[in-house]
Design a protein around this ligand. Structure first.
Ligand code: BTN
Length: 330
């Protein structure tokens, strides 16, 4: 953490006023340096009261997506040293892929306030304006075979759902495999990409890219998405501090890899959140639409369905796209 981040963390953790002397002592810096960092934080939009004889008190935190803001929320987490927050990037997934090729370790996190070339599934664009969404990618280097990646995508959806609930209190659902929904509207999309070692079939790297609609109002979405997308702000009625959500999401994601080795640890919680189950679905396979009822999640993370002729089948997320017979359609 930089000194500015340390000063911010001190203010955020304090229950009452902190004198310049207390902050200076805690961080082993001069009082003049404390003042300099407080001034810098104020210029970023932090409202910091100063009262003679008592010291400084943080009154409000702006919704800024900066390294200082995320690290102040994350505290001393083992992944804190591996978090990079950029003002703008083409795509956090693409940039993280470059970092993976340069040997970045497991748990490397890249966040951007804006993406100029945000990517969605099936080659689509992902609209990523500044100041509104959370655009976060995490690099994992799991030990398992490539097939375990399906569990990573499902588990990532659960991580986002848990983080959103912790920060906003919203009970969000997951549309299989990992779209976050509230009612019938989509709050978040996830794009997972991986590199596999050809000879062994083991995963070399896995990047899970998460885009959460945080503070958009209806007019902020492109016209074609307005009826199917929603933001957390619209759903919970108040703006969301994206840095707080980012920190909570990082904590949830750090638990993901253990669950890949033993999916039974997370599947019951996933099933409880999955809105696709026991509903009619249309599955598109090889250009043909198939009508079915979703009956469960298979041990490999696939979607178990009962087809119209009564037979059972399992569909994988890479192979099909579910066309919603409820809510938004892809
Ligand atoms: C989808 O719903 O189609 C998936 C959208 C995934 C968007 C996220 S935002 C962070 C990461 N970087 C990208 O370019 N895409 C993912």
């Amino acid at each position: 953490m930089t000194m500015k981040q340390d000063v911010l963390a001190c203010l955020q953790q304090a229950r009452d006023y902190l004198s310049g002397e207390q902050i200076a002592q805690a961080l082993d810096i001069s009082r003049a340096a404390v003042w300099k960092w407080i001034d810098a934080l104020r210029r970023e939009g932090y409202e910091i009261e100063s009262r003679s004889g008592r010291g400084y008190r943080l009154l409000s935190t702006p919704d800024v997506m900066t390294q200082a803001a995320v690290l102040a929320q994350l505290g001393r987490h083992p992944w804190a040293g591996q978090v990079t927050v950029l003002p703008t990037v083409d795509s956090t997934n693409t940039a993280l892929k470059r970092m993976a090729a340069d040997g970045a370790p497991d748990g490397t996190i890249l966040i951007a306030d804006e993406q100029t070339g945000g990517r969605g599934r099936l080659g689509r664009q992902f609209d990523s304006p500044p100041g509104m969404g959370l655009y976060l990618s995490v690099l994992l280097r799991p030990q398992g075979q490539a097939a375990a990646a399906t569990h990573a995508t499902l588990r990532a959806g659960l991580a986002v759902a848990d983080a959103v609930e912790a920060v906003t209190g919203l009970q969000v659902g997951i549309k299989w495999p990992n779209d976050l929904v509230y009612g019938t509207q989509k709050l978040c999309g996830i794009l997972s990409e991986m590199g596999v070692e050809a000879e062994s079939g083991r995963m070399d790297w896995l990047i899970v890219g998460i885009g959460v609609n945080c503070n958009q109002l209806a007019g902020d979405f492109p016209p074609e998405l307005r009826s199917m997308a929603a933001s957390l702000r619209q759903c919970c009625g108040q703006p969301v501090l994206r840095a707080r959500l980012a920190a909570e999401l990082i904590r949830q994601l750090a638990a993901l890899e253990d669950d890949l080795a033993d999916p039974a640890r997370y599947l019951p919680r996933y099933v409880a959140r999955c809105i696709t189950l026991h509903r009619e679905v249309q599955l598109a396979r090889a250009g043909t639409l198939i009508h079915a009822v979703a009956t469960g999640i298979a041990p490999d993370g696939g979607l178990e369905v009962r087809l119209d002729d009564g037979s059972a089948a399992v569909f994988g997320s890479g192979e099909v796209s579910i066309r919603g017979m409820y809510g938004y359609c892809e």
